[in-house]
Design a protein around this ligand. Sequence first.
Ligand SMILES: [Zn+2]
Length: 364
Amino acid sequence: MDRFSEIIGQDIVLSHLQNALRTDSVSHAYILNGAKGSGRHMIARSFSAALLCEEREMPGTENHPVPAGAGADDQETSVHMRSRWIEPCGRCHSCLQALAGTNPDIKILEREKENSIGVNDIRKMRTDVWIRPYSAAHKVYIIPDAEKMTPAAQNALLKTLEEPPSYAVLLLLDDGTDSFLPTIMSRCVTLPLRPVPEKDVETCLRERFEADEQHARLCARFSGGSIGRAALLLENEHFAALRDRTITFIRDIAKKDAADIAVFAKEAASEDETQDLIDFLLTWNRDLLVCRSTKSTENLIFTDEVQYIIEAARAASWRGLQAASEAVFRARRRLFSNVNAELTLQMMLLEIRAAYRTEEKTAR
Ligand SMILES: [Zn+2]
């Protein structure tokens, strides 16, 4: 069963929903706004289950005392805050149905087309909204990928938002692209989800997914603050293979000829690995720069390459490392404007090679 206390890094949003549950002041519509993998679905599931639960866990009441040390002042720590959260019980009829995905009072919008939510999809939901809940005091509608609603669908939804039945609660999950009409926005409570700090993502990967330190740190770095994406990367063999290939190549780039570089660039571009390759190179350069400037290996991302990084950072010139990083940043900007990926990567690698070769000369 999804529980609020298991959701990481979204305390502000969760506090808002907790307060709504505690004071019985749930709004008719919420927009859960956040990138893919940020926890929107988990929040929607926990919230709807808690809202409909027949034996909600209400810390602070007789059956669920607040653990010792949990204060109520402004300095309350996150841990204490969590110990006071209302959770679905996970045992009652409603919770068991929610867990099985068969709760008749939790509806997930179904759509005809994969890439858009049309007016017909919303109309079906609108008819259903007027059927009273089976057993609970509320009926929850979850709209995944709500950013895919066409303007006509949004206008159809507006009618429900303007005069919702008292029991209805709509949860619009969107990817943060600001694609709603102002009239929709003004009738919903928007709850923006934040990127989870890298350290928290790393800890989560180690504790819940039993990842080793090196893997956890690398996937956290590439996750963009999304635990969902980090977990996918952890399982992704393709990602691990690209990482190994990139490191092997970049370690020896000073010795590569133009033909080797062309082959490598072509492969990365054709495999649609451009973005990850750019991120690997930026992270690699970042490790060298960090190691060179701090003379410490404590905060490195590529922890299994420590010995090589120490030696390379010692031999490198500051200017060379910066020139290499700038080449990667430039390539990233070019790729954003849809230029030829293969040529851009090739040019970038040639620039990195030139920067590293200068370093070798300087180091001698
Ligand atoms: Zn329950």
